[in-house]
Unconditional design. Structure first.
Length: 200
């Protein structure tokens, strides 16, 4: 009986020692791949926004080797998630940042580039704006021009209880943008640069 109590105490002490070496300030980032399920988002021929942003999200998570950084995919597969459920999941996780990934499309085929959106109705608006500006400066793709940070009252941006950025990674309707964002190398470069921006 005494041995059992002694071993129990040792186990508890051992657990406390292990826990003391875990990073206290672990950064948690939620990546929200836009659309999903029957909602394909922007489309061009056989290319669909929902799949491209999912591919990029998966690569960001796979590339992350930093034990102090946790990447959580809000949509890890091709399933529809309502905006209300997305916001509820984000707020349950309580991350340091939510990054919602999207692609653009326009009737004007000359429209191109990458841009970020934040909401003035988010409590963390100032921090979201500063992070979005920093992100765009680091996502310096030669293939995608920087269209800057804009404000928009979008559900995810407005209702997330943390800094929130929606990133439009180029236009499917623009030939140059499309060639880059639909290519394997392009998607890998996008994932790498987003991950590096998150780390900083």
């Amino acid at each position: 009986m005494k041995n059992w109590k002694f071993l129990t105490i040792l186990a508890i002490l051992g657990g406390l020692i292990v826990m003391s070496f875990k990073p206290i300030d672990k950064k948690v980032i939620v990546i929200d791949a836009g659309h999903g399920g029957m909602d394909s988002g922007a489309q061009y021929n056989n290319f669909a926004e929902k799949q491209i942003v999912l591919n990029i999200s998966e690569q960001i998570k796979k590339l992350n080797k930093n034990s102090d950084l946790e990447i959580i995919l809000l949509r890890p597969d091709d399933k529809a998630i309502s905006l209300t459920d997305r916001a509820a999941k984000i707020n349950a996780i309580n991350p340091d940042l939510v990054l919602s990934l999207h692609l653009n499309k326009s009737t004007n085929v000359d429209s191109s580039g990458i841009e970020a959106f934040v909401s003035e109705k988010n409590t963390f608006y100032d921090k979201s704006k500063n992070l979005a500006e920093s992100f765009l400066n680091k996502l310096n793709f030669k293939e995608l021009q920087n269209n800057g940070v804009k404000t928009k009252d979008l559900h995810i941006l407005r209702t997330s209880n943390c800094p929130a950025i929606l990133l439009e990674i180029g236009y499917l309707s623009n030939t140059n943008d499309r060639n880059f964002i639909t290519s394997t190398l392009g998607q890998k470069e996008i994932a790498e640069k987003i991950l590096n921006a998150i780390k900083d």
